[in-house]
Design a protein around this ligand. Structure first.
Ligand code: 4G0
Length: 226
């Protein structure tokens, strides 16, 4: 899968994609992630990506021209038509189910917006405006990284065994994962539930189901109502 990210701060993201499962998948050519500096698509002396808002008001607004040029340039080098996503605090909520849909695409272009604003005409290029949750950040760079990782993990071969993806919380979207323990059996007076030490897999499975239900009730009662 190809993922093209357009941002004014590519350096915020470079290191993130050079570590862990994403870096491994890039080295194996399963993922082709490319960062583009929006300033490279300006042609004026000051490489200006933003300008004052029409109608007045504080802050600066991202200009349409560099964004149009960036997206047109990227598209011209792709074999398949990409889905174009805009990271925005005003977008549709990004969930695991959206990640699964996006993981079916051959190519994505992710445009990282800025808090102050973006010229609305850019939306004519955008298939979906996405938000990773109800909070505001200065820019869409971290949301772009979040979406890239969540989608990339679902691309076959990126996460070692498919089991490691399927056993995650949210593999089932109605129940959180059961608590996990490792050695030692007692640490600073804190013990591991006896049942897990017995090797009785039938009883262990029952315990895990109940424990998962209790955790879901405590942390995410909204999931149980569904
Ligand atoms: C507001 C995404 C903020 C509007 C981006 C961009 C949080 C998120 C921003 C835009 C962000 C999130 C209209 C492009 C940039 N903050 N929750 N800041 N537009 O996903």
């Amino acid at each position: 899968m190809r993922i093209e990210i357009v941002t004014i701060f590519p350096e915020m993201l470079r290191g993130f994609f050079e570590l862990g499962v994403i870096a491994q998948a890039r080295a194996e050519k399963i993922l082709d992630i490319r960062l583009h500096n929006l300033r490279d698509f300006t042609f004026d002396k000051h490489r200006q990506v933003d300008d004052r808002p029409y109608g007045g008001g504080p802050g600066m607004v991202l200009k349409p021209e560099p964004i149009f040029r960036a997206i047109e340039s990227i598209k011209s080098k792709l074999d398949a038509a990409p889905k174009v996503l805009l990271m925005s605090a005003q977008g549709k909520l990004f969930t695991q189910s959206v990640a699964k849909q996006l993981a079916q695409e051959k190519a994505l272009i992710i445009l990282s917006g800025r808090y102050e604003g973006i010229d609305e005409r850019v939306l004519t290029l955008v298939d979906d405006e996405l938000s990773i949750g109800d909070y505001v950040l200065s820019g869409g760079e971290l949301p772009a990284a979040v979406i890239t990782e969540a989608v990339a993990r679902l691309v076959p071969g990126v996460v070692g065994k498919i089991e490691s993806v399927e056993h995650d919380s949210f593999y089932r979207d109605d129940l959180l994962g059961a608590p996990q323990y490792t050695r030692p059996p007692e640490f600073r007076g804190l013990t591991v539930p006896e049942i897990l030490l017995t090797g009785n897999h039938e009883q262990i499975e029952k315990w895990r189901e109940r424990a998962a239900l209790e955790k879901t009730l405590k942390n995410r009662p909204d999931l149980l109502k569904k």
